[in-house]
Design a protein around this ligand. Structure first.
Ligand SMILES: Cc1cc2nc3c(=O)[nH]c(=O)nc-3n(C[C@H](O)[C@H](O)[C@H](O)COP(=O)(O)OP(=O)(O)OC[C@H]3O[C@@H](n4cnc5c(N)ncnc54)[C@H](O)[C@@H]3O)c2cc1C
Length: 559
């Protein structure tokens, strides 16, 4: 068995290593266009930021290690230029000598990844305009910063890579401006969950220009650049980082007649087989199915690429492994905060018509401490859980905060994969000591809040419901909190006074109760419901309300 692999980083390298673990007899050759195989692309922003100081630390495994430890040949600087499925052969070009050769395969695995999008705008190829995909890319950027004494950077795109580059350049002392086309950073997530990150970026002195785009780049004095914005203004800067997304590298696959999916990635089945015999494909180049929404498309994340590489190896060696699909579990760290998600967000579900449709979605918000509040150092974790009203099945979650974000999202990620419900979260047994969590962990709390809704013990309302209502809006916080900010038209009766002031509440109208995070108003709602009032509770309280108001004002600024 002769297995050839195109691309020697996440998917390709993991496929090669797994193949060897399953077969000592197979001949395995990896072709990598670039000078390095198996490097840590996810570490590149931190190399630019000098957090990772030496390039060698980005190399997860060298060709020598592959040869000595696994008896796998890795040929770097070697580009696969054509595939001939009818003869099971590929064409190669040595990028240093220019020599062209051919190789035959029994099985071929494509893991060519995705390339950064370079929008076709004037000046995009000027010196000083960078993308971040390879070690040489980040080395060039480091050198440029040093040689020009760069003090300012413009980052085009406010997604994962744009934010990581922002953090690293700010920490290196550069003044950063992020230009983002949409009305929020991290457009893939729900805007209210991104607001705390947006606030942190601003606190760190980075400028964020939303609803705008780079329309062109021109040379300016010295080695500087002028960035023309769609809004008509211009910014002078020392360097530009393009971080507007990636697109699957499919040219080789298309030329060989492999089918693509509807979103431009290589079409594969759940065993990573392409539409052409003896050819598998994995990683950023392929389309994957979301087990929750049933939608397919490329999801460029390292975890799925690694697992798919392993599955392709299993299948090539005759095992019946299958890929579960990708629900999109991801995290970004920024200035000591983290923003993470698993499963589809509300924005995507509404856009795809799934929110009120077959999935029958509901959401809850909570803002607990990341560990027991009595133990020093507790910080607020903002958490949003999306579940189905039909049966309580968990569909997605997003969380933002300083600590404990990754742990909660990972628990939910696994719960989704096991098709768990909010009732399972109520009962989830999780580790606890005061410095790590709470006896009722935020995961349990989320389950309890959602289960209360499904059992009818709590009737929710959301920010969007407040737009037009004649309900009596009841704020049960303390007067000092009320004075610092409240919902227009709200009446303040602190929770501890409520039993004595029932005659101030209407019996002919709904009462919409809120507090800071939704807990005191839940106590109020339970009391009033038992006394015959009709009550709803604002999910996530004034904290979520304030985040939603910020989102609304940004979206309003666009129109
Ligand atoms: C800056 C950055 C930060 C990231 N951070 C994260 C993160 O924090 N978390 C996360 O989950 N994901 C992250 N990712 C995404 C993650 O790196 C990718 O999802 C993953 O590397 C995809 O693996 P892959 O094997 O499909 O492609 P890649 O790892 O990109 O490897 C593809 C390789 O194929 C080679 N190649 C392409 N065509 C040919 C050809 N014709 N012949 C020979 N070789 C070829 C390319 O040179 C490339 O080296 C990040 C990506 C980048 C760029």
């Amino acid at each position: 068995m002769r297995v050839l692999i195109v691309g020697g980083v996440a998917g390709g390298a993991s496929c090669a290593a797994r193949l060897r673990r399953l077969s000592e007899a197979a001949e395995i050759i990896v072709f990598e266009r670039g000078p390095y195989a198996s490097f840590a692309n996810c570490g590149l922003p931190y190399y630019v930021g000098d957090v990772i100081k030496e390039e060698k630390h980005l190399l997860v495994a060298t060709p020598e290690l592959f040869r000595d430890r696994f008896n796998i040949a890795v040929r770097t600087n070697t580009e696969v230029t054509a595939i001939h499925p009818e003869t099971n052969r590929i064409e190669l070009r040595d990028r240093q000598s220019g020599a062209e050769t051919e190789e035959a395969y029994d099985a071929l695995v494509l893991s060519p990844g995705a390339k950064p999008i370079r929008p076709p705008i004037p000046g995009v190829d000027l010196d000083g305009v960078f993308t971040v995909r390879t070690i040489p890319d980040s080395r060039r950027m480091r050198d440029w910063i040093q040689q020009t004494g760069a003090r300012q950077a413009v980052i085009v795109g406010g997604g994962y890579i744009g934010l990581e580059m922002t953090e690293n350049l700010v920490e290196r002392g550069l003044g950063v401006t992020i230009v983002e086309l949409q009305s929020q950073l991290m457009p893939i997530l729900d805007p209210e969950m991104v607001e705390p990150i947006q606030a942190m970026v601003s606190r760190k002195g980075a400028r964020v220009l939303l609803n705008d785009q780079a329309a062109g780049f021109e040379p300016a004095a010295g080695q500087r650049l002028r960035v023309q914005l769609g809004s008509g203004t211009a910014i002078e800067t020392d360097l530009v980082v393009l971080a507007v997304g990636v697109k699957p590298e499919v040219e080789l696959a298309v030329a060989a007649g492999l089918k693509l999916g509807s979103r431009g990635g290589i079409q594969v089945d759940d065993q990573m087989r392409t539409s052409v015999a003896n050819i598998w494909a994995v990683g950023d180049a392929v389309e994957v199915l979301s087990p929750i929404t049933g939608l397919s498309g490329p999801v460029p994340l390292a975890g799925p690429a690694n697992r798919q590489g392993r599955i392709a190896a299993d299948v090539i060696m005759g095992r019946d492994s299958r890929f579960r699909g990708v629900q999109g579990t991801a995290i970004v760290g920024l200035f000591g905060m983290a923003l993470a998600a698993t499963g589809p967000g509300e924005k995507l579900l509404r856009r795809e018509g799934l929110w009120d449709g077959p999935l029958q979605c509901e959401k809850i918000y909570l803002h607990p401490g990341h560990h027991a509040s009595y133990y020093p150092g507790s910080s607020m974790l903002s958490f949003k859980l999306i579940f189905s009203k039909r049966d309580g099945r968990i569909l997605g979650a997003q969380a933002v905060g300083k600590d404990g974000v990754d742990k909660r999202i990972d628990v939910i990620a696994m719960a989704i994969q096991k098709e768990a419900t909010v009732f399972d979260l109520e009962e989830a047994e999780l580790c606890y000591a005061p410095q790590f969590g709470a006896a009722k962990d935020p995961i349990n709390m989320a389950g309890m809040i959602a289960a209360n809704v499904l059992r009818g013990d709590s009737v929710l309302l959301h920010h969007e419901d407040l737009a037009a209502t004649d309900a009596f809006i009841l704020d049960v916080r303390e007067p000092g909190e009320f004075r610092r900010g409240h919902i227009d038209g709200a009446v303040n009766i602190p929770l501890h006074q409520l039993r004595g002031r029932l005659d101030e509440l209407p019996r002919d109208r709904e009462i919409w109760a809120y507090c800071f995070v939704g807990q005191r108003s839940y106590y109020a709602a339970r009391m009033l419901l038992q006394l015959g009032f009709r009550v709803r509770n604002l999910s996530g309280g004034f904290r979520t309300f304030s985040l939603q108001e910020l989102v609304q004002s940004r979206q309003g600024a666009k129109t």
